[in-house]
Design a protein around this ligand. Sequence first.
Ligand code: UD1
Length: 366
Amino acid sequence: MNICLVAGARPNFMKIAPIVRAIQARKDEGLRATIVHTGQHYDENMSDTFFRELGIPAPDYHLEAGSGSHAVQTAAIMVAFENVCEQDRPDMVVVVGDVNSTLACSIVSKKLQIAVSHVEAGLRSFDLSMPEEINRMVTDAISDLFFVTEQSGMDNLLREGKPKERIHFVGHVMIDNLLYQLGKLDAATCERFPASSLKKRLGAYLFLTLHRPSNVDDPEVFSQIADALNTISRTYPIVFPIHPRTRKCMEKFGIHFDEPIVLLEPLGFMESLYLWKDAAAVLTDSGGLQEETTALGIPCITLRNNTERPITIEMGTNVLAGNSKEGILRALEKQLGRSGSGEPKRPPLWDGHAAERIVRILARDV
Ligand code: UD1
């Protein structure tokens, strides 16, 4: 059975890594992974570093779609992926998450009558101004199999009328990857990170990621967030690896960050984990980090008004801060004031074995 795994943007790489391993573990049963990299992300530190660190084999196909408007990027991926499907005729296409590559490849596969599985199905922010929400809804509208990370995903898919027998609550491949890589983060590896001396020097610090168009594309909103962060940095230093979109907007709008905010280039998975896992709190607008901090019990402040991942709030590690200065300061105060609650409460099935469950179901269903 030829299972085609699609990855295009940074968070996809963490999600396919454990699925590739789980397929390879069953190769004696005739399971084979074909890896397609759409090229949505292409810088060394947004792409190749992740393949290397996460042990993902080199892609069988690289579509080199690159950046552009949503239509340009999605169309480039679709045209190139159609050729791959016609040439390779996979038995199943597996798409992960909610990026443009997920949307583009699910549509192409389905129109070629190739079955589609969506990993991380059913999440909904109910905010159609987010491109990812559109990607999630369209992908789920045409997928054949749904692999779900949390109860809200089950509820949303059932409410939308998806057949129960096609929906599988399997846990989260992102957490499979996190736990697997955490086990490999030994002292010798950490010493080699350029950020290791920084970490030792900082004492208590916050870790920040920021890249949502709703936060960085509008100069007023971005200035307000920067103002909040500059205020916070008078009390806590902040480590901030900057996404290329955010870097461009900073330069375009002349946004300034004060010195206790340490600006870094985008980090690989391991160095990033090494920094955020020991932070006093994480400030982010990423979907994945909301979940990863939940798994390790790190306080997280999400710089958004909503989340498609409500389990992270229910577990008590995550709060929504919005993107106003007062909202961010209030949320940080609340999170830092939380009394230590001992062992983190992990959501059901976030146990490091989601990919094995997925591949077991694929082997049976295809
Ligand atoms: C994409 C995803 C988003 C995900 C994020 C993770 C969509 C709609 N958005 O957003 O859900 O959270 O990835 O990073 O799919 N750029 C580079 N080098 C790269 C990649 C991008 O410089 O390797 C720059 C380009 O100028 C590009 C901009 O970053 O225009 C944005 O990239 P794009 O892939 O369009 O969206 P992201 O903001 O990265």
